[in-house]
Ligand binder design. Structure first.
Ligand code: ADP
Ligand code: MG
Length: 618
């Protein structure tokens, strides 16, 4: 071994760069975050060859004074925090003071900036050489900053070898721009690749403009099949858009979660979201969402990882519970005739269920009642007794008169009905006939409704079984011979801490030594299940997320199977009153838009669509 010595500044920075600068996308992330921290309202990104040859990012933020340029390029130099207290409640995206130094050590970096509004005389800094000395000279620049990064990894061949094709690198980089565009609606962004315009996003101030941006970034199909969520509890606020279960994906590739404006990937968050979708999603499918969690910065530690993709919540359990219950409720409320999720109304009072035609940039309103569109808010209030003579269940007014009016404006019924009449037809309408013993055809204010009878009944039965269980409590039975389970001492402690949870679920678990638990009593419903494995899984959930829904999930699965067997089978003839009763039940049932396996239970064929089928002009 050689003698101990100090590393050159460049090498020290290159070591730091190893953590922060993995590829062109990481450079873009750091530089964009700096622009946002500088208060920019407009950011232009220009790259060549996937960002490997050139990344140039210009902002109109507050800029820097000439003497600050060398500091900006120095390691451990930042304007964003100065004490530990600042760090513990940091509001800016950056705070480590090492991004520019790291990038400068593995590329040819030029920083040009001007902090004055009244002059276009800025200055420019270039850092070079082993000691990273900086030369500053005057250069024209409007207020703001331009960072130019050329030839990334030109001096670190090992890193360069890990770069993928131009296209792959560009895709990563574009994803970074998209994430930032979703996190800051108030900032305009543009992205060019090899001289070609890829994205141009104006600052989005109104709800409609924000939804348009989300549709541009995530695809219009997502927006058409998403509901808007907004929930607040104590110091926690969650808002954003969640895809309907019927818009699930085979990959977890449309999931954006922001904590105080910072995009994060967090196991705890992922688990809470997954749990909320548990009952409505096909196995192996992934939900799509764009969600924003806002909380006091002091309650979340962002200094966990150099790239700040992870965070640590001071009270993880509370955050988990809040995310889960907010989303769970939002998804349960999505049912025909009852949009429990408030659909935002934009400034001009118009409903915001719009999509954007990406070709023309034109905003279109949603097709009336397309299931799952934010506009899928059928008129749920004040309906009359249907003709069949059975009793219609009581309905809580789903939306305000104002919302209903706005709805009517954007979605005029084909044959304009007087408002009072429109309100009398229940959301799923009145049954007309049964098709092939499988589908119910029904007429509502917008046209034809098609219902998969078995799928719908299965969901209704399942929700009823769950309700009955919740009302009666979980019946449990003692085991003839208590079952011993060997676990770690940490798991014994966890089981003791969560004894209340187990008890509520009908499970009695006692400790029987330092590394052993004893299952004494189990829910009747789990009689034939592998309770030992279930207990182990629950304990590992508790260790990781502070909560577990496995026992309920397992019991639900059993109920779901029972519901499936107990539901009307295909080819059973139903009378019109029976069909109507089923439609009314669907309107009253949580999650009635999907069967127990996540398939849709009904769909709407609007008059306009029928007209189109028959080439009928209006
Ligand atoms: P950090 O963002 O963690 O502070 P950086 O190395 O990314 O560290 O940036 C160092 C400093 O340079 C910042 O604290 C900021 O003062 C200044 N700076 C960097 N980029 C910009 C910019 N686009 N506009 C204004 N100031 C900037
Ligand atoms: Mg920074």
């Amino acid at each position: 071994m050689a003698r101990i010595h100090c590393l050159s500044p460049r090498l020290a920075n290159q070591i730091a760069a190893g953590e922060v600068v993995e590829r062109p996308a990481s450079v873009v992330k750091e530089v964009l975050e700096n622009a946002v921290d500088a208060g920019a309202t407009r950011i232009d990104v220009d790259v060549e060859e996937g960002g490997v040859k050139l990344i140039r990012i210009r902002d109109n933020g507050q800029g820097m004074e000439p003497e600050d340029l060398p500091l900006a390029l120095a390691r451990h130099a930042t304007s964003k925090i100065s004490s530990l207290e600042d760090l513990e409640r940091v509001g800016s995206l950056g705070f480590r003071g090492e991004a520019l130094a790291s990038i400068g050590s593995v590329s040819r970096l030029t920083l040009t900036s001007n902090h004055r509004d009244d002059s276009s005389e800025g200055s420019s800094a270039l850092c070079e050489g082993r000691d990273m000395e900086v030369t500053v000279k005057p250069a024209p620049h409007p207020r703001g900053t331009t960072v130019e990064v050329r030839d990334l990894f030109f001096n670190t061949p090992a890193r360069r070898k890990f770069l993928r094709t131009e296209k792959t690198e560009f895709n990563h980089l574009e994803e970074v721009v998209k994430r930032l565009a979703l996190s800051r609606f108030d900032v305009g962004f543009s992205l060019r690749h090899n001289g070609r315009g890829i994205h141009s996003l104006r600052a989005a101030d109104s709800t409609a403009e924000r939804q348009r941006r989300v549709a541009t970034v995530c695809g219009p199909a997502f927006m058409e099949q998403a509901v808007y969520v907004e929930h607040e509890r104590g110091a926690l606020r969650l808002w954003g858009w969640v895809g309907l279960p019927t818009f699930s994906r085979s990959q977890a590739d449309l999931q954006y979660f922001f904590v105080n404006g910072r995009v994060i990937r967090d196991k705890l968050v992922a688990h809470a979201v997954k749990q909320a979708y548990r009952d409505v999603l096909y196995h192996g499918r992934h939900p799509a969402f764009v969600l924003y969690l806002e909380l006091d910065p002091a309650l979340v530690d962002v200094n966990v990882h150099p790239t700040k993709h992870e965070v640590r919540f001071r009270d993880g359990r509370e955050v988990h519970n809040f995310i889960f219950s907010s989303l769970h409720k939002a998804l349960a409320d999505v049912r025909p005739g009852q949009p429990g999720v408030e659909v935002p109304v934009s400034e001009d009072g118009a409903r915001t269920g719009e999509t954007v035609d990406l070709q023309t940039g034109e905003i279109r309103s949603q097709p009336a009642l397309a299931w799952g569109s934010p506009g899928a808010a059928p008129l749920g209030s004040g309906r009359a007794m249907p003709a069949g003579g059975y009793s219609a269940p009581a309905v809580s007014p789903a939306r305000t008169a104002e919302q209903v009016r706005a709805y009517g404006q954007l979605h005029p019924p084909a044959a304009p009905l007087p408002e009072s009449e429109a309100e009398e037809v229940p959301p799923l309408g009145y049954a007309l006939a049964q098709l092939k013993g499988i589908y119910i055809l029904s007429e509502n204010a917008h046209g034809l409704v098609l219902v998969d009878m078995h799928a719908a009944h299965e969901r209704i039965t399942y929700e009823r079984l769950k309700q009955a269980r919740d009302a009666e409590g979980i019946r449990s039975q003692p085991l003839l011979v208590p079952q011993a389970v060997a676990v770690s001492s940490r798991e014994v402690t966890l089981a003791q801490e969560h004894a209340g949870l187990f008890e509520r679920l009908g499970l009695q678990v006692d400790s029987a030594g330092e590394e052993s638990l004893l299952i004494r009593q189990i829910p009747v419903a789990l009689r034939d299940s592998n309770v030992e494995q279930l207990l182990r899984d629950v304990l590992s959930d508790l260790a990781e997320y502070g909560s577990s829904d496995r026992i309920e999930a397992h019991m639900d699965e059993i109920l779901s199977t029972m519901a499936c067997h107990g539901s009307v089978r295909a080819n059973r003839r139903l009378t019109i009153p029976e069909m109507n009763a089923l439609l009314r039940d669907m309107e009253e049932t949580e999650r009635a838009g999907q069967c127990n396996h996540g398939r849709p239970t009904w769909t709407q064929l609007g008059l306009d669509e029928l007209d189109r089928l028959f080439l009928r002009g209006r």
